[in-house]
Design a protein around this ligand. Structure first.
Ligand SMILES: [Zn+2]
Ligand SMILES: [Zn+2]
Length: 287
């Protein structure tokens, strides 16, 4: 067992959800911390306090610079260095690129260490390649500070419709004869919006069509109303229910609940308030 494995073996885990062939592991509580790992892609969305399961992930996609989403970045770099893991890659909103570089420079001075990492600026509308046939697209999530969501996109190929159902031998013969039988297409596997108002659902087709949508729903009932939720830059459950017909996703993961709600409250309110066509696809990521 490596030192990294030993360090992780006894560490507290996040909440794990199995969504078809995809697993996610996360911790997310409004104002406290948000870190959501997608192990299959070796990445995390945000790193609020850097739980141990995040240290294993080599790429962090930072949605915005609120402390509960980005406070664990330098710690993440330090832990990976300590454990001898490959230097991490941090994708950050372009408007925060310089400030994040400054932050790392200050930590290097204080810690007298190299903190090896690569910081990549990305703007809404831009993409970054993340391994073979995989890329990350950024889009704007309206929040109180500059924020962007991310779509994990697999670049795949499929048979053109006119060849679907043909015997394998026939397709092979067509390929040998030089016929193009496949087309490339993008599969949006996962979308995470970060902190946002509901408008992101109306504006971004990737949000509505990703196989897995991870959406913050900070407020769930009359404890904080819809207008107050909007003014804080967050989503209210009422706004999700109003848009039930818009979501084409296979799985919807709701998260980032206000600390006003216990875990039991969250499950009970979501189960009671979601219409059946959403409830049957809904999951709760709540520590
Ligand atoms: Zn937040
Ligand atoms: Zn925020």
């Amino acid at each position: 067992m490596s030192s990294a494995d030993r360090a992780f073996a006894s560490a507290p885990q996040g909440v794990r959800l199995h969504l078809g062939d995809l697993e996610i592991e996360g911790l997310s509580l409004g104002g406290l911390e948000t870190t959501i790992a997608v192990p299959k892609w070796d990445l995390c969305f945000d790193v609020g306090r850097c739980p141990p399961f995040a240290v294993k992930r080599s790429t962090i996609l930072v949605t915005h610079a609120h402390m509960d989403h980005a406070g664990g970045l330098a710690y993440h770099a330090a832990m990976r260095d300590l454990l001898g893991l490959q230097p991490p890659r941090y994708v950050v909103p372009r408007e925060n690129f310089e400030a994040f570089n400054d932050l790392f420079d200050v930590w290097r001075r204080l810690d007298r260490s190299r903190l090896p990492c690569e910081i990549i600026p990305l703007s809404p509308g831009e993409s970054v390649s993340i391994g073979r046939e995989r890329r990350v697209d950024a889009f704007r999530s309206p929040h109180r500070v500059p924020c962007q969501g991310y779509a994990l996109v697999s670049q795949r190929s499929r048979l053109l419709p006119e060849f679907v159902g043909l015997p394998h031998g026939r397709i092979q013969a067509l390929v040998l004869a030089g016929t193009v039988v496949t087309e490339a297409f993008d599969q949006i596997e996962v979308v995470f919006c970060g902190d946002t108002v509901i408008d992101v659902v109306d504006r971004e087709v990737a949000v509505r069509t990703a196989r897995v949508l991870i959406l913050e729903v900070t407020f769930l009932d009359g404890k904080v109303g819809v207008e107050a939720a909007r003014s804080k830059g967050h989503v209210h459950l009422d706004e999700v229910v109003e848009r039930a017909d818009l979501f084409e996703n296979e799985h919807l993961v709701f998260t980032h609940f206000s600390q006003r709600y216990s875990t039991q409250d969250v499950h009970a309110i979501i189960a009671r308030r979601l219409p059946p066509r959403l409830r049957e696809r809904a999951h709760v990521l709540c520590p």
